[in-house]
Structures are given as structure tokens and as C-alpha cells.
Design a protein around this ligand. Structure first.
Ligand SMILES: *[C@@H]1O[C@H](CO)[C@@H](O)[C@H](O)[C@H]1NC(C)=O
Length: 249
């Protein structure tokens, strides 16, 4: 879809959602979970955790949020020795994303492919316009099998071109420190209409929501076309349902 067409739709959606929220206030109902949220069904015991650093964690979180089989994402700090890092003083840590995933749907190997294809692992001391040690590229591993898979994937990546060196480090995962709330689902929070569509969840629910993780990727335009189209269709459906309510006001 052309950018101008998208913007027009977003404007229309914003209007429609405003109308829906006004109508709901009048009727005293809240739109509960208009798009189905898979985090409600997934049994947490079966989930696995992976951590990656690939530049700004705002973007990293959005990259993984829309991947099928990823249940939750959290932006944070890892890879350094400073305890309790903060955004303004993260010490030797790297901005990272923690990915909770369902291993029955997606493998660690596939997550590695997403990692490699979503950033420039050959850029030294930064990522895109973000310069600094905090933006370095790291695969965190837990156990020998993950360490092996990471090493194999790095070798494969290096073989793609010998002209420049893949700078990605492979480190054993020691600790992951979640970042401050304002850095969680950062891309989604720049789109109030999407937040409203979810029923303006409180911060802690938003941080744990699969739907929020997905819409965070959608907001950053990082969803694969198939998932993006699904979300577009669901939003349109909700908006269409909203209009008759508006007429009654
Ligand atoms: C590594 O994996 C094991 C088993 O899945 C888990 O119990 C442990 O918490 C993980 N370690 C870290 C640092 O996440």
C-alpha cells in the first residue's frame, strides 16, 4: 500500500476509534481485547527465552515482536558487568531484547536467522546512526547446544562475504535487566490509536501482552507482509463494527 494511502487509513482509524471510545463511554462498555491475544492461551512452562543485542532496543524489540512463535518481548540491558543498569548509565551493557518464544512454533535456529537478517553485523561500534558500545551485536546463549548453533550461524554469515568481518560476539547469558517502562513497546507507544484499539492497557499488562509485542512490530513497519495484512484486516473489521455505534450517538 502506498504511504499516502496508509496515512489516510490511519487518519480514518483515529477518527473511528475516537467515535468508538466516545460511544463506549456513553454506553459504559470497554472494548476488551478486540484482537485475539495468544499470550492468554500459551502455557508459560513450555516457553523458552532468548536474548539478542542488535542495536537500539526500541527497534530490536519491534523486530522480534512480529515473528510467529514469539510470545513476549522485553527491552533491556545485558552483556556487561554493571548491576542494575539504567538508560543513562548502562555501563558496559548492550541494549538488548529478551524474547519469550514457543519452541513448538519457532526454533532457536530460526530466531538466529531473524537476528542476522535484521541488522548489519559488520558495522563496527554501532548500528546505523547509533554509535557506541551499547549498540554492539551479541548473541546470548544458554547451554552448549545454543552456543554451537550460534557459532555455526556466525561462520555461515562470515562466509557470505570475506571483505568485512562479522563483529557479532557470542556470549553466555548471565543476566538480563529489563529497561525502564518508557523504553518498553516504544514504537507502539508512538501510535496512540493502536494503544486505544487494545483498550489502553495498564503498563504492566502492555509489557506482557503478545498482541502489544506484535503491534509494536507493526507500528515500526517491521512485520512480515502476511502478518501486516492480517493486522490491517482486523483493524478494518473493528472499525467497520464501530461505525453503526457512531450513528446511534
Ligand atoms: C537457561 O536455561 C535453563 C533451562 O531452560 C533455565 O532454567 C535457566 O534459567 C536459563 N538461564 C538463564 C540465565 O536464563
Amino acid at each position: 500500500m502506498a504511504v499516502s494511502g496508509r496515512n489516510a487509513i490511519i487518519q480514518l482509524l483515529t477518527l473511528a476509534l475516537l467515535a468508538i471510545s466516545v460511544a463506549n463511554q456513553a454506553l459504559g462498555i470497554r472494548i476488551a481485547d478486540p484482537i485475539s491475544d495468544p499470550s492468554r492461551d500459551a502455557s508459560d512452562q513450555a516457553l523458552k527465552i532468548a536474548v539478542f543485542a542488535l542495536g537500539s532496543f526500541w527497534r530490536s524489540e519491534a523486530v522480534f515482536g512480529c515473528v510467529n512463535g514469539v510470545i513476549r518481548t522485553t527491552a533491556g540491558y545485558s552483556g556487561g558487568s554493571k548491576s542494575n543498569p539504567e538508560y543513562r548509565s548502562l555501563g558496559d551493557h548492550a541494549e538488548s531484547v529478551q524474547v519469550e518464544y514457543d519452541p513448538r512454533v519457532i526454533s532457536f535456529r530460526r530466531l538466529l536467522e531473524v537476528f542476522w537478517s535484521s541488522h548489519d553485523s559488520r558495522q563496527v561500534f554501532g548500528q546505523g546512526p547509533d554509535v557506541g558500545n551499547q549498540y554492539r551485536s551479541i548473541i546470548f546463549t544458554n547451554g552448549t547446544e545454543e552456543a554451537r548453533l550460534a557459532a555455526v550461524s556466525k561462520e555461515k554469515e562470515q562466509l557470505r562475504s570475506r571483505i568485512s568481518i562479522v563483529t557479532t560476539q557470542i556470549q553466555q547469558l548471565v543476566a538480563f535487566y529489563p529497561a525502564e517502562p518508557e523504553h518498553q513497546k516504544f514504537e507502539l507507544k508512538r501510535r496512540p490509536f493502536l494503544l486505544q484499539l487494545m483498550g489502553n492497557l495498564p503498563e504492566d499488562e502492555l509489557e506482557r501482552s503478545s498482541l502489544a509485542a506484535k503491534l509494536n512490530g507493526y507500528a515500526a513497519e517491521l512485520c512480515p507482509p502476511k502478518i501486516r495484512n492480517q493486522i490491517d484486516a482486523k483493524i478494518n473489521q473493528i472499525v467497520r463494527k464501530g461505525w453503526p455505534v457512531l450513528k446511534d450517538v
